[in-house]
Write a protein that binds this ligand. Structure first.
Ligand SMILES: *Cc1c(COP(=O)(O)O)cnc(C)c1O
Length: 399
């Protein structure tokens, strides 16, 4: 039984090399694209940013796209463009990266936490409806793990009240719901190009919208609220510009944008690989009792940023599964501690346990298994072997 002894107990790990849960894929074409920018005239926001925005627009439904310095800046720009400010409320799901809620605080508004559907971990429209009040200025859905929210149901919540819908689409570049791409399902959609996301620019982000007035506001917002860009001033032969609103320096550089455009060319392949690895994981887990993938809706093409399971093996807790799988060199992770349980929110904003029961129950069980386009089928076999080994180890709790 030596082979079955957990690495946690001194046995041999399933893998020799650590398998991370996510990782960028950069090739020579990407490196050449960046080098070409470095040999040219524009390093910060110039023609490569415009080209990246156009390429991205084609992927996310053809609307306006504004590239910014990261996904958090994208959320800040989106909320600011909607005119959200002090005294306003923004409904956000609690099971997300903290930035979704933090950006509401950046504009002086209050994040109001709504719960998620227990099977998909997507914003529950009924909970969102219950969180809406007279001061609600936006409902934000997170396309968690790469599956788009039920935007039609959320639209029914906001519809009669005229409340804008914002998608935090940072997990879901390339996903669709009822054939419509993420980027065109909500009024504003934000993306991140952090290295673990679908397309990497180092740091980077973008917002898509069909509304040119909103995109114009976000273009100014990313560059100090100034009326003309440096490139426009150069073309017009003038020094003159005016600051018309308060903005930030949230610009993406041409260096990053060139990497982004080159990466976007490979997005269809990245997505195909993610989908095939996810199918292999789903099939392999079907005969491992207690390790339960999230539900995938039938009208969805999933972008599979994350492969999340709920660890319900009798007698074992998620903490044990995490440590045991890490010891087997399987880079599992947890996405996320519900935002309303973070110490900062509890201490400064008075949130706490009991506010979002489905998110809290999920948090005790969720585990993200490795999934990224650099993986091969043999890597998935290792993940499945390790999951089987740990799930079969009998009752064990984390220390
Ligand atoms: C990655 C991520 C962000 C933030 O993106 P950055 O580019 O890291 O600032 C926001 N929301 C979600 C759901 C994310 O996954």
């Amino acid at each position: 039984m030596a082979a079955h002894r957990l690495a946690l107990d001194g046995g041999t790990p399933v893998r020799e090399a650590f398998l991370p849960y996510g990782r960028q894929q950069v090739d020579e074409a990407d490196i050449d694209a960046v080098a070409a920018v470095l040999r040219g005239d524009w390093l910060t926001t110039g023609p490569s940013v415009g080209a990246f925005e156009a390429a991205l627009s084609a992927v996310v439904g053809g609307g306006e796209v504004v590239a910014v310095s990261n996904g958090t800046a994208a959320l800040h720009a989106a909320y600011a463009a909607l005119g959200i400010g002090p005294g306003d409320e923004v409904v956000v799901p609690s099971l997300t990266f903290a930035a979704t809620a933090n950006a509401a605080l950046y504009v002086g508004a209050k994040p109001v936490f709504a719960d998620v559907d227990p099977d998909t971990l997507l914003l529950d429209p009924a909970s969102a409806a219950a969180a809406v009040g007279p001061r609600t200025r936006a409902i934000v859905g997170v396309d968690y793990a790469g599956q788009p929210c039920d935007w039609q149901a959320l639209r029914e919540v906001t519809g009669s009240r005229g409340i804008p819908l914002v998608a935090d689409g940072c997990h879901a570049l390339g996903a669709t719901r009822e054939g419509t791409p993420v980027g065109a399902l909500a009024d504003l959609t934000t993306f991140s190009f952090h290295p673990v996301k679908h397309v990497a620019t180092g740091e980077g982000g973008a917002i898509s919208t069909a509304d040119p007035a909103l995109s114009e506001r976000m273009r100014r917002f990313r560059s100090h609220g100034i009326s003309r860009t440096a490139a426009e001033r150069a073309a017009l032969g003038t020094w003159s510009y005016e600051m018309t609103s308060l903005g930030y320096n949230y610009r993406l550089s041409d260096i990053q944008a060139a990497l982004g455009t080159s990466q976007l060319r490979k997005l269809p392949g990245f997505l195909a690989t993610r989908r095939s690895l996810a199918a292999q994981l789903t099939a392999g887990l079907s005969d491992i009792p207690g390790v339960v993938p999230l539900r995938v809706e039938s009208d969805v093409t999933h972008a599979w940023h994350l492969f999340v399971v709920r660890w319900r093996v009798p007698g074992q807790d998620r903490g044990f599964a995490f440590s045991a799988l890490r010891a087997e060199n399987i880079g599992v992770n947890v996405h996320y501690l519900p935002v309303h349980l973070h110490r900062y929110y509890r201490e400064i904003h008075g949130t706490g346990p009991g506010m979002c029961p489905a998110a809290e129950a999920a948090y005790d069980e969720i585990l993200t298994l490795p999934l990224h386009p650099g993986m091969a089928a043999a890597d998935v076999d290792d993940v499945l072997e390790a999951v089987r080994k740990v799930a079969g180890a009998g009752p064990r709790l984390s220390r």
